[in-house]
Design a protein around this ligand. Sequence first.
Ligand code: CTP
Ligand code: MG
Length: 399
Amino acid sequence: MSSDAVPTPRVAVIVVAAGSGTRLAAGAPKAFIGIDAHSILHHCLARVLAGELAQVIVVAPEDRVGDALTEVRAVAGARHELISVVAGGSTRQQSVAAGLRAVWPDVEYVLVHDAARALTPPGVFARVVAALQDGNDAVLPVLPLIDTVKRVDGTRVIAALDRSELVTAQTPQGFRRSVLDAVYAAATVDHTDDAALVQAAGHDVVTVAGDDLAFKITRPADLDRARALLGDPVERAVPSGVLPRVGIGTDVHAYGGEGALWLAGLEWPGENPLSGHSDGDAVAHAIVDALLAAAGLGDIGAHFGTDDPEYAGAHAAVFLARTRELLSRAGFAIGNVSVQVQSNQPKLAPRRAEAEAVLGSALGAPVAVSATTTDGLGFTGSGDGVAAFAVALVVPLPA
Ligand code: CTP
Ligand code: MG
């Protein structure tokens, strides 16, 4: 039973996963075949668990109960106490009956779901439960037919059927628990689904909208479809298939320059200036290196020579605008930049927003500036200079 911490659910979902998968012919019981890194059963349970709190009963092949428990532990997280595994039978109906015997006493509604419909979205479960809560005894998710349908006798067409009267049946199929219990206790004939059994016993079955994604993985082509739908996780996150790229840059400058201190694109009157061929702005130089690295364009020395008079005394905006141009020519847009300064002086926090605005507008992309001291350690701790560390994200532009 559930622990005190978890309220007893009113809904149970029986996930039938005890079939052998003859038509899939993948060398193992179907529920344990991988779609991607995860099995059919894993994907199915992840979607069941994404919905309303429910007791979940997995019906597994008798010799696979241990494997099913391993899958359950991997996917269930905090909800593992709601999930149990029982051994199935030689027909789907026997497997459902085995699951039904494990339903907790307080449960009012039972959903029966094929593990093989692994990609069924949580919304279908929600629609079925809602229709049960509306007072229906039996609820069936359905899809309209797409093709014209004919009745045939061998190879001879007998009649065209009215497609508008026909639907295809999916799972999860939902039932008032008392109805399903009674129908199963009295069942003598095997049916291919539970709605058929309940209807044969004289109960009304109502329909709700199914979902294309609730298709049953039956043949190898269905598994290919599921694989294509899940796709590569990177491709899903980056639909263009073009990955962003990151780069890192660091720079160090010693105090002891002439004139005013320039750091993070700002002039700091009254602060000790940094030395360097340009203005010694370690923050700007670290950002330039990070951006060039991300785009695979080498480093600052390759583009901004220390003997180049153009950059003598130049400030951050000049370096950054030039770097942005170099990246743009190489086919990259700037995503964002994060830079951290290590120094005792100046105190950056009061002018953080100002620095971020100057650097960001030169790059046309967000720049985050943070600062830290080093607890008196190292050359930054002793006040000999500043160090800056930057990471940049750039996005390759479509050719
Ligand atoms: N099922 C079950 N117990 C059985 C037969 C089927 O629990 N004795 C389950 C399957 O695991 C599947 C669902 O019922 O999730 C629908 O069945 P089907 O797609 O036919 O799966 P299999 O019977 O495994 O496949 P096949 O008919 O190709 O052997
Ligand atoms: Mg079968």
